[in-house]
Write a protein that binds this ligand. Structure first.
Ligand code: BGC
Length: 441
């Protein structure tokens, strides 16, 4: 591709999540979340925990400096619900709020736009004990938590994202059990978790909007094209059904206030009158997390009879995920063509690789550089074709606690030495920094 210049107001930066970087899990009145319980039950593959992670809770000034030095203008972080409400509800914890005060002030002093995400998977354990996302117990508490965070920070934080990837929480947390809370409730559990997160999101959006004007309200979805492994009728049907589950419950819910036709019968047992209206909301900005497409095939033994197919792709990350940057283009265009071209941004994109560390501590991660470059080309193409893309945030600023994989998979553009907690920018950091500073790819 010839060189491409991004629009002047295109924003650049990085995303992180509280649980993956903060550490300090017992500091200042934080309560336990489902991931603490999951880790304590021995469910993290490398036996590690997020107890220290990147120790961002104490080292955040260093991390803000990394953002500034990169020339980034935007930073998406998540607020840890259990730091604000130890049991998910009740009285807010002043010390937890004070931490995000400090972080936000530090970001603003550094000239970086703070973008807060309210739920990146750290559901307070006490709420899970009340049924978690399987029922309606979390909806009211989530709306109140959103209201409290905005009341405290919205004088300085203008961009608010409600959820991060409700589909991953639903499928892996409640359906298949590979993520916290580790439930294996199958299809019904997945659909219930999706629906109740949708409802909580609608309630939180309304709770914030009732008290604040002129904020940018949004949410973050993990959207992946669902392709059929072959032209066989049952593979095509499997891909369509998986698309409904993976992508459309969240998208159609908020954008159209509808439940995908393929799922109406399966969801009729728990959808109540008025739910669709409560879910629909005219948000200002959509965050799209993109890693790779889903290739599906008919598999009678799998949930929804949708099995993972073979994407026929030699290029893979250290997660084993196929590298198919055109999927990002396709996904961005899906927003343009099917949802009225709303304002969107890439809220996560990046890759884990088996980084080699040189004797001087440097990391020449040319594969990650290439991954980011190729995906930026897809963003550029979508912009050229009229898609309303506003910015690009890489996943992630730092190597961090990669959920069930623990510390064994590194997604950072900055290396973290988990013994010393020293941060060392990788080549990918320098590459993205150069694109951000010049606005040119
Ligand atoms: C999540 C991140 C995660 C990344 C890589 C996304 O699904 O939002 O928390 O680390 O993917 O797996």
């Amino acid at each position: 591709m010839a060189s491409f210049t991004f629009p002047r107001d295109f924003f650049w930066g990085a995303s992180t999540a509280a649980y993956q970087i903060e550490g300090a899990l017992e500091a200042d009145g934080r309560g336990p979340c489902v991931w603490d319980t999951f880790a304590a039950a021995g469910r993290i593959m490398d036996g590690s925990s997020a107890a220290v992670a990147c120790d961002h809770y104490h080292r955040w000034p260093e991390d803000v400096a990394l953002l500034t030095q990169a020339g980034f203008d935007t930073y998406r972080f998540s607020i840890a619900w259990p730091r604000i409400f130890a049991t998910g509800e009740g009285r807010p914890n002043e010390k937890g709020l004070a931490f995000y005060d400090r972080l936000v002030d530090g970001l603003l002093e550094a000239g970086i736009r703070p973008m807060a995400c309210l739920f990146h998977w750290d559901l307070p354990q006490a709420l899970e004990d009340k049924g978690g996302w399987q029922g309606r117990a979390c909806i009211g508490p989530f709306a109140e938590y959103a209201r409290v965070c905005a009341a405290r920070l919205a004088d300085r934080v203008k961009d608010w994202m409600m959820l991060n990837e409700p589909n991953i929480v639903a499928i892996f947390g409640y359906g298949q059990g590979a993520h916290a809370p580790g439930s294996t409730l199958g299809e019904d559990g997945i659909l219930r978790a999706l629906h109740h997160q949708n409802l909580a999101q609608g309630a939180a959006l309304r709770a914030i909007a009732a008290e604040h004007r002129r904020l940018t309200l949004g949410t973050v979805v993990n959207i992946q094209p669902c392709r059929a492994e072959s032209d066989k009728r049952e593979d095509v049907a499997a891909a369509a059904l998986w698309d409904a589950v993976w992508n459309r419950v969240a998208l159609d819910g908020i954008m159209r206030g509808t439940i995908p036709g393929l799922l109406i019968d399966r969801m009729s047992g728990f959808v109540q009158p008025g739910d669709e209206q409560a879910i629909r909301y005219p948000i200002d900005l959509f965050g799209i997390n993109y890693y790779s497409p889903n290739t599906m095939k008919h598999d009678p033994g799998a949930q929804f009879e949708c099995g993972w197919g073979d994407p026929r792709c030699d290029r893979r990350t250290f997660m084993g995920w196929p590298v198919q940057p055109e999927g990002l283009y396709q996904q961005l265009m899906d927003f343009k063509d099917n949802y009225g071209n709303p304002a969107v941004f890439v809220s996560e994109n990046g890759a884990a690789y088996d980084d080699k560390v040189e004797a001087d501590g440097s990391v020449r991660d040319s594969d990650r550089v290439q991954y980011i470059r190729d995906h930026l080309e897809s963003v550029a193409r979508a912009l050229k074709d009229g898609c309303n893309v506003k910015g690009y945030l890489v996943w992630s600023l730092l190597d961090n606690f990669e959920w069930a994989y623990g510390l064994s998979k590194r997604f950072g553009i900055v290396r973290v030495d988990y013994d010393t907690l020293k941060r060392t920018p990788k080549d990918s950091y320098r590459f993205l920094s150069q694109v951000a500073k010049s606005g040119t790819l």
